[in-house]
Ligand binder design. Structure first.
Ligand code: CTP
Length: 403
């Protein structure tokens, strides 16, 4: 339920605006206090009066109207809300949000929001698939805006495809899930490893791998959102540390090993998303290795398997491993799960399009110790991370399983 929660509902101008009425009504039935902001074009699709009655509050339309109370209305609204929800979110409002434009009441209030923002995109499927819209959505997701849908099916313009707004019931369920999942890991300490370790050969070269770190950073963000005190032990990446997460920078597998071991005893949840180099050069040259006429032979020595070592020592810790494979995915993943003694293993075939290194999406399976398996379709990594955190919370007895 949403008792005690204030939700700001932004309605932008698309045909799906009529569905905003049902969203507002359902949110109120769940106990939320609702405030609606409409764009001028939204008022062409649905009357403000409808939303005023359903939300039981005045509808905000204009930036410079005479205020009923003495406050700066857009700032007051943004501060008062526990979350904002844009239904429908047209290509236009998404573009404005992505570049931070504030030229009307809705875009201004969204720019002032510091809490969770949800958007339910709704537009013609060609507009949805336009690279500009896709880039805007990717940019918003990176800033932790959550997208709900869109769904596929019949569109008002007479075509079929994705771009239809998700149904009001689903939109409200996702908002409720956010508030119920929120803070279920409060009081727990989590540690995530991410990125690809680098093993120096000389002052200018290293042995590395293609891991971008996106998946591990997404897991850290999802754990943090769920209330866990989260530390991110990261090999070098080019991505920003999620808000509230404590970063620990490492370069090599040995440094990562030490950083994890130091914190192991006090940690409740460990997620090893990093791609750790299995070997390092025996000798690191103090000077740049010069080109030779003959072949160059490198001698490599094994690095510790961090996950296997903590798997052997674990007491109360919940352990999640990753398995990136290019063949025999489930067989190799199952072997890793047993060998490393993990509670849950995330397996992905990195050769599939839309999966693995550098991609913002992934295609994974969750493997559980009792033999159960969940195969996920292609999803944004942050959504996979949230599902993973949900499963962790369920297995730790901190959240109920959704049926
Ligand atoms: N891992 C680790 N330390 C290592 C190697 C891997 O902690 N030295 C962890 C990874 O973080 C991941 C899991 O073990 O959670 C599996 O990593 P992966 O590279 O897929 O497997 P490996 O054990 O290295 O086996 P292989 O390279 O033969 O596939």
């Amino acid at each position: 339920m949403l008792q005690g929660k204030t939700i700001l509902i932004g309605v932008s101008g698309g045909i799906a605006a009529y569905k905003a009425a049902e969203v507002v009504s359902r949110l109120r039935k769940c106990g939320a206090e609702t405030h609606v902001v409409m764009t001028e074009s939204a008022t062409k699709f649905i009357a403000p009066l409808t939303l005023r009655i359903l939300s039981a509050n005045p509808v905000h339309l204009e930036m410079f109207e005479e205020p009923k109370l003495w406050n700066v209305a857009h700032i007051a609204l943004a501060e008062q809300a526990d979350a904002a929800l844009v239904v429908p979110a047209t290509a236009n409002i998404l573009a404005k949000m992505a570049i931070g434009l504030a030229d009307d009441f809705l875009s201004t209030v969204l720019l002032a929001m510091r809490k969770q923002i949800f958007v339910a995109p709704a537009m013609n499927h060609a507009m949805y698939h336009h690279p500009a819209t896709q880039e805007n959505l990717a940019c918003l997701r990176k800033r932790n805006v959550r997208t709900i849908g869109p769904a596929a099916g019949f569109q008002a313009c007479g075509t079929e495809g994705d771009g239809r707004m998700s149904e009001p019931q689903e939109i409200v369920e996702q908002v409720m899930e956010y508030f119920s999942a929120a803070k279920c890991l409060k009081g727990k300490k989590a540690l995530v490893t991410a990125g690809g370790t680098q093993e120096p050969l000389d002052p200018v070269r290293y042995l590395g791998n293609r891991s971008s770190g996106i998946m591990g950073y997404a897991v850290a963000q999802a754990l943090q959102e769920a209330g866990a005190e989260t530390t991110l032990v990261s090999a070098p990446t080019s991505i920003e540390v999620p808000a509230g997460v404590r970063p620990v920078s490492v370069t090599t597998a040995l440094e990562m090993f030490e950083a994890v071991m130091e914190r192991f005893a006090e940690t409740d949840i460990i997620v090893k998303a990093a791609a750790v180099a299995d070997y390092r050069p025996v000798d690191i040259s103090g000077q740049k290795i010069k080109k030779q006429k003959s072949n160059l032979h490198l001698e490599l020595i094994s690095n510790p398997d961090i996950l296997e070592q903590i798997g052997q020592r674990k007491t109360h810790q919940f352990l999640v491993g990753f398995a990136a494979e290019t063949e025999n995915l489930l067989k190799y993943a199952q072997e890793k799960m047993n060998r490393k003694n993990v509670d849950l293993l995330v397996a992905n075939d990195v050769t599939k399009p839309g999966a693995g290194f550098g991609s913002s999406t992934n295609i994974v399976s969750f493997l559980f110790r009792d033999g159960k398996r969940i195969d996920w379709p292609k999803m944004p990594k942050i959504e996979i991370a949230r599902q993973l955190v949900h499963e962790i919370a369920v297995m730790m007895g901190l959240e109920k399983k959704e049926e």
